[in-house]
Design a protein around this ligand. Structure first.
Ligand SMILES: [Zn+2]
Length: 205
């Protein structure tokens, strides 16, 4: 799903411009993006970032069945830039994986068990990792250090640690057709990166 999303979004380099992607694909994804300063305009009595049992959220997505549409609410005030990218990718994961339609028709997982919630969160995080830091792209770039992943993909230390932990497993079964096509879209970017890296390595030798 992550590769399909990258492909359909026309992504060709990292870090991804996710907010622009959402804005460009609003109709197809049936979602719009709202930050904390505009959230109160939707409903004065409701705070999308507060959920009593599961704490304050950086981002949340609400599905509106009547319109078959989603709103991604994003609290940019409590997240750093690096966390921001992950939070949005995580919410897009919930949308494209159909979590909100399958599990709760009106709100963000209010009625599901903690176990189910954890599974959905894991799936959304996996989607975010595959979207923001696709292992087959990073492998082509010869990138495997946590610091480089952070810098190149614009993600947090925690997220790049998560990426590293899964790196080998992610590549063990080879890559799928969609992933091969994403690799093609990224080829100019990868080539440029490798040329720079080789030139840099020659300088320090
Ligand atoms: Zn979530």
């Amino acid at each position: 799903m992550a590769a399909k999303f990258l492909l359909e979004s026309g992504a060709s380099s990292y870090p991804l411009a996710l907010v622009d992607i959402i804005k460009n694909r609003m109709n197809e994804l049936r979602c719009c993006y709202i930050t904390e300063d505009k959230a109160h305009l939707m409903d004065e009595d409701w705070d999308p970032f507060f959920c009593s049992s599961r704490g304050i959220r950086e981002a949340t997505t609400v599905y509106y069945p009547k319109n078959d549409a989603y709103i991604i609410y994003h609290n940019t005030l409590i997240a750093t830039n690096r966390r921001n990218l992950w939070s949005i990718a995580h919410e897009i994961g919930h949308i494209v994986l159909g979590h909100l339609k399958d599990f709760d028709e009106t709100s963000h997982f209010k009625s599901i068990s903690d176990d189910d919630y954890r599974i959905l969160e894991k799936e959304a995080n996996f989607f975010a990792a595959q979207t923001l830091s696709a292992p087959y792209i990073l492998d082509d770039m010869g990138v495997s250090s946590e610091k480089d992943i952070q810098r190149i993909c614009g993600i947090s230390k925690e997220a790049s640690e998560y990426r590293i932990a899964q790196f080998k497993n992610a590549l063990i079964f080879g890559i799928y057709q969609d992933e091969a096509m994403v690799r093609k879209s990224f080829s100019a970017y990868i080539e440029k990166w490798n040329a720079r890296r080789i030139a840099f390595e020659e300088v320090i030798i």
